[in-house]
Design a protein around this ligand. Structure first.
Ligand SMILES: Cc1cc2nc3c(=O)[nH]c(=O)nc-3n(C[C@H](O)[C@H](O)[C@H](O)COP(=O)(O)OP(=O)(O)OC[C@H]3O[C@@H](n4cnc5c(N)ncnc54)[C@H](O)[C@@H]3O)c2cc1C
Length: 446
């Protein structure tokens, strides 16, 4: 009988980390890596930064070359979608027909971009989640919508770009588009840019930064688009001409646009997980070991797991978490399989114990030449203080609290040594006053 594989679903940061860890930790059995996209695993953060800007080409985003993947001896199934999972038998359905019975499964399907009704059928309206998305938007911003071979950078002249959504992604794209010389309006429902993620103090500083660079910032909801009619003569579809605001003080008003980026957040890619044994409310619900069910683990943007230090289920859309959780889920899956009986790891490696996954969350965002870095939890705080707030020096330090403890810290413009020292302050949520004292000591240290 052929040994059952471990299957990793989602061939991106978390899935790749899981596959590599499975091999490194001694899994000698078959290993299948399934990814819906046709690309080799690539890095997403540069999509809204260096790639959109035109500074990097897609090859530079590749996480591994084919040669680097070869030693993993993967059954690499790119362009393949997992469409179902039977939890009791650990059997995946691929592309609606093929069945794959597995020894264990790591689910790392990430999230998909949310969009607005009607956006799909309009030329000029984009989302930004995949490499293909980013290349399509870049083509519009750099080559004026003509194929790269026919155009020169900026050849199409300035675009009227409206970005719907003032979260992290919208802000990063706004910064790049301004640097490329386009007219940029950002319209979103958050009071200040990125307020839901980092609060209004930091958001106000960001708003000042964007305004100083010439970005127009509006608060309001969008309820649709205006467009040209389709032209049957040349076969072209309708082209966006404006974004319609639902309110925002000017009911019925329209923002003229020839290009729109819809950056209104994401939804976890769990639509294919319909087995009632799984809880898929806001991501795939896991225990502290990243297990969603026996033999089935999850990692990365899709996973919502019990963080032991915070005592509640959390889900992060952070690049570093994807790698760390992919590794943790793979190790814990192998430990479970080893505890259950002989597995493909019989190479003398002693079975490891399963360990709770308890990272110090980290994320960064680059906007213009401002690098924002944060450790711990900055969203959902009930208290925020900004011990450093220096608009002219473009420096900020914010401390985030919840239920009397410091849970997160964010900094921009501080020396790298100080920023590294901040991590320790929120590694374990400290009482608020103690954390404040440690922050003061860390920043006084120069
Ligand atoms: C534009 C952009 C900029 C970002 N910038 C930053 C940043 O500055 N800092 C930061 O910390 N984080 C950033 N992030 C977030 C970071 O990239 C993600 O946290 C990370 O990519 C998550 O990795 P993942 O492997 O969990 O999921 P993903 O990278 O989303 O990969 C999931 C993969 O699974 C595939 N898939 C989905 N469903 C199926 C299925 N049913 N069958 C098969 N395959 C499937 C998808 O096609 C995808 O390739 C950014 C994200 C984006 C999109």
């Amino acid at each position: 009988m052929t040994a059952r594989p471990i299957a990793v679903v989602g061939a991106s940061a978390a899935g790749l980390a899981a596959a590599e860890t499975l091999r490194r930790s001694g899994w000698r059995g078959p290993l299948t890596l399934i990814g819906e996209e046709s690309h080799l695993p690539y890095d997403r953060p540069p999509l809204s930064k260096q790639l959109l800007h035109g500074a990097w080409e897609p090859e530079k985003l590749r996480l591994r070359t084919e040669e680097q993947l070869a030693p993993l001896d993967l059954d690499l199934r790119l362009g393949t979608r997992a469409t179902g999972l039977d939890v009791a038998t650990r059997t995946l359905t691929l592309d609606g027909t093929e069945r794959l019975a597995c020894a264990g499964i790591v689910i790392a399907t990430g999230v998909a971009a949310r969009t607005l009704p009607g956006a799909d059928r309009l030329t000029g309206v984009h989302t930004l989640r995949t490499l293909d998305d980013a290349l399509a938007l870049r083509d519009r911003l750099i080559n004026g919508g003509t194929p790269a071979s026919e155009g020169v950078a900026g050849g199409g002249g300035p675009r009227q770009l409206v970005i719907v959504g003032n979260g992290v992604l919208g802000c990063e794209a706004a910064a790049v588009a301004r640097e490329l010389g386009h007219e940029v309006t950002v319209v979103g429902i958050e009071e200040t840019p990125m307020a839901a993620a980092v609060g209004t103090d930091v958001g106000t500083l960001l708003a000042e930064e964007h305004r100083a660079r010439g970005v127009r910032l509006l608060t309001g909801a969008v309820d649709g688009f205006d467009s040209t009619p389709a032209d049957p003569a040349d076969g072209s579809g309708p082209q966006v001409t404006a974004v319609r605001l639902a309110d925002g003080g000017t009911p019925g008003s329209r923002l003229p646009a020839d290009t729109v980026l819809v950056a209104i957040g994401s939804r976890p890619a769990v639509d294919w997980l319909t087995d009632p044994a799984l809880d898929t409310t806001d991501g795939l619900r896991c225990d502290a070991y990243c297990a969603a069910a026996p033999g089935i683990y999850a990692a990365g943007d899709v996973a919502r797991w019990n963080h032991p230090a915070h005592g509640r289920p959390l889900r992060f859309e952070h690049r570093m978490n994807a790698t760390e959780q992919g590794m943790a889920a793979a190790r814990n899956l192998l430990a479970e399989l080893a505890a259950d009986g002989p597995t493909g790891t019989e190479d003398g490696t002693p079975a490891q114990e399963r360990r709770p996954f308890a990272p110090v969350p980290y994320f960064w965002s680059d906007q213009y030449d401002l690098k924002i870095q944060a450790y711990g939890l900055t969203a959902g705080a009930d208290r925020v203080e900004t011990p450093v707030r220096d608009r002219a020096g473009r420096r900020i330090l914010a401390l985030y609290g919840r239920e009397g403890r410091a849970v997160g810290v964010l900094a921009a413009g501080l020396p790298p040594r100080q920023i590294r020292a901040l991590r320790a302050v929120v590694a374990d949520p400290l009482p608020w006053e103690e954390a404040r004292e440690r922050i003061a000591a860390a920043t006084a240290a120069g």
